[in-house]
Ligand binder design. Structure first.
Ligand code: CA
Length: 229
């Protein structure tokens, strides 16, 4: 699941650089160049985080933030400010921002702050899925087995996420067709496609290791489990 970020920033160059940088980190990002467009997008789409510039033409960032919180929108907000004054930072945090960053900033720091905010917001949801020595971090999209990184295609990633969310349970081909491939129109499940992806996933996940995690249950489906089902 990709995190969707809204950037409200009037400087086109900065906004574009932010969007591109975020996309390189596997986030999706949209830009609003003023508060009105920002409100519109917040009302029409679900965002996981808002990056808000304070210095905007018309309504400034603090006003936008106040309005958003008054409307009961709880989307986490990271403030960007060129004003390195204590007042604007304090005001921003008091108004309901989650964090702030003073311009100019280093991009890796922005990414680190974003990850902290998103992790905090998700504290009651599972963002780290595990089975045996396999770990999948849903925020960074990193998969690790033992101490080795496992590199997956996006379909393999979706497939593994689904297996892990159904750990120690039987996953049928029908479930995979419907939930992972979102293929509901077809009368027969996508057997060949599923088999090919399972083979690839198993090659990356299990082949280098003695303990196998992804099991086939003949005629029934599959199961991810530390123990042989
Ligand atoms: Ca600005």
């Amino acid at each position: 699941m990709t995190m969707n970020i809204l950037i409200i920033e009037d400087e086109k160059k900065v906004a574009k650089a932010l969007k591109e940088g975020l996309e390189r980190e596997n986030f999706t990002a949209k830009i609003a160049y003023n508060g009105e467009d920002g409100f519109f997008l917040l009302n029409t789409e679900k965002f996981d985080l808002l990056i808000l510039d304070l210095n905007l033409p018309g309504r400034d960032g603090i006003e936008i933030l106040k309005t958003i919180r008054q409307k009961g929108v709880s989307t986490p907000v990271l403030i960007l400010t060129a004003r390195d004054s204590v007042e604007s930072r304090v005001l921003g945090l008091e108004t309901g921002a989650d964090d702030y960053l003073v311009k100019p900033f280093a991009f890796p720091e922005l990414i680190a702050r974003i990850r902290v905010i998103l992790r905090r917001g998700k504290s009651d949801q599972e963002t780290l899925l595990m089975v045996g020595d396999l770990e999948m971090d849903l925020l960074t999209r990193k998969v690790i087995r033992g101490k080795q990184a496992v590199y997956l295609t996006s379909k393999e990633y979706d497939l593994l996420e689904y297996f892990l969310k159904n750990k120690n349970k039987i996953v049928s081909r029908e479930m995979l067709s419907k939930d992972v491939w979102q293929d509901i129109g077809r009368a027969t499940p996508l057997d060949n496609v599923i088999d090919v992806h399972i083979t690839h996933l198993r090659k990356k996940l299990d082949d280098p290791f003695t303990v196998k995690l992804l099991h086939t249950l003949r005629g029934v489906g599959f199961m991810i489990s530390e123990e042989q089902p």
